[in-house]
Design a protein around this ligand. Sequence first.
Ligand code: AGP
Length: 609
Amino acid sequence: MCGIFGYIGDNKNPLHACLDGLAQLEYRGYDSTGIAGIQDGHLIVCKKEGKLANLQNILTLKTLEVAIGHTRWATHGKVNDLNAHPHLDTMHSLAIVHNGIIENYDALKAQLKNEGAAFVTETDSEVIAHLIAKHYEGDLLKAVQTALPFLHGSYAIALIHKDHPDQIIAAAHHCPLAIGTNDAQTESIISSDPNALVGGFLKILFLRNAEIARIEKGNVQVFDSHGNLIVKTQERLECAAKAPSKDGFEHFLLKEIFEQPITIRKAMLGRFSSETAKVEFDDLKITAEEARNYKQVWFLGCGTSSLAGSIGAMYLEETAKIPAFSEIASEARYRTELIGPETLIIAISQSGETADTLTAMRAFKAKGCRTIAICNVKNSTLTREADYSIDLQAGPEISVCSSKAFTSQIAILALFALHLANLRNTTSAEALDLARAMPFIANQIQTVLEKAPQLEKIAKKYAHFDDFFFMGRRYMFTTCLEAALKLKEISYVNANGYAGGELKHGPIALISPTFPVICFCANKKTEEKIISNLMEVKARGAPIVAFAPDSMTQIHSIADDLFTLPTTIDPLAPFASAVAGQLFAYYIAKERGCDIDRPRHLAKSVTVE
Ligand code: AGP
């Protein structure tokens, strides 16, 4: 979270380049935005609480010689103008922007204050400005080199100094930072996300492990933490200027929900043949022997990506007959003790920058595990650090609330299960069923989308409730958790998700006529049991909304409101059901007047632990 951008060069006005860059990075946080630059020997800073538009409204600056900018997702300190980045030293000579968390900021702050530094914000980041200023003796790079070892935690920083208008100093440790230069060597751009770099073809490098860069116009020098110059490999990247568009939809979320028939096809394109039921992933080079040697598979991820992992674990067990577990990345990282190379790790992330997922993957890698990243952003940290990666091919997901990434993730996981089953020579009935049913997923999603007005009507009826109980069993348990997460995230209502079997173990006490129960029923194997659960709910007067397959006739007399789904095999039921859940959450959020694409307190890319 937090986005950093910086520009030095002749091709653009650095001020405008920075504002454009921040617009691309706003998905990383939108609590506040700020920009700092140098003009005629003066350091100029402008920052404002809220989205970039708020900053643009108060900006009177016309041009800058060099500029750095920041979009904030608050960790330390309230969301206000003062805590917005950039932060300055006491003499207002230098300005820094920071992504990450400085864990020892409290001790550093006390010490620097004692030494006379004047702190004005509540942030952890401000200590970086004062620390570097303390060590500055005319050489900015040297000051940063001396200061960095005092910082504990994670950071990507960019820094400018009024006496050095010809350079930006940048450093990164466990936070992404890409630096691009053009062939003509007339400009250099830094960004938390290489996909936000705009400028035709650029040569890109990524900073890592406390590396420090001195960035000048069209020229970058990188040093290790001991000050040695290092040669970094640069990748050539086409950085096309392409602002994301809603294509006529009211919100990015709605557009992305409606893209799913296409994104599902793209996830399978060139990878799956329905005739041969064979799966090939270009970049995945697992041999049959390797596949047979794995004793188990662990899925790592957060939020929606973690729920995709839970479905992936069921796919692997049923189809490839291998024990599989899905664990929330922030917890999994503490469970590596008994793990070794016999465990295959699959890290799932839309952004590829989620700090919890990265940290967990690194912890398992350190235990000798092979790692596969399933990701939607090429060149992200996760794809660069994993042994192999599989691209979702879903196209940019702009809305903070994940939709198409989830269905693409589970499509890839279904394919991966088939692939592993093949490699391990386990031709199960489940694998055959899965391969036969896969080609119909896109059409099933289309059927749901065509009935969106019906979901809108149901959502409107329930939008005034503040508490919802989501329920499902087996594949529909994970699906109900995902649907509840969508509703919480964009509507700010309390939505609990439970396995149907757990109802009697406590949550049934909550059931009342003012507590709607949203039940996902499309799991054939557990149909009778979920009906019993619904009867228990009905007996206690709760309104029931059921998402059920058209084959489930009994549900008509039980549900107050019913949305029917196309019938399919249990493992593939999450696709159509998840899309219905996304639309339900969307229309409730819309009815409640929420900021759908940018829900409060959230960010698209969560780069702190
Ligand atoms: C989903 O709607 C959320 N915005 C969130 O749970 C998200 O899935 C999670 O933060 C993980 O992000 P990632 O997929 O980019 O790693």
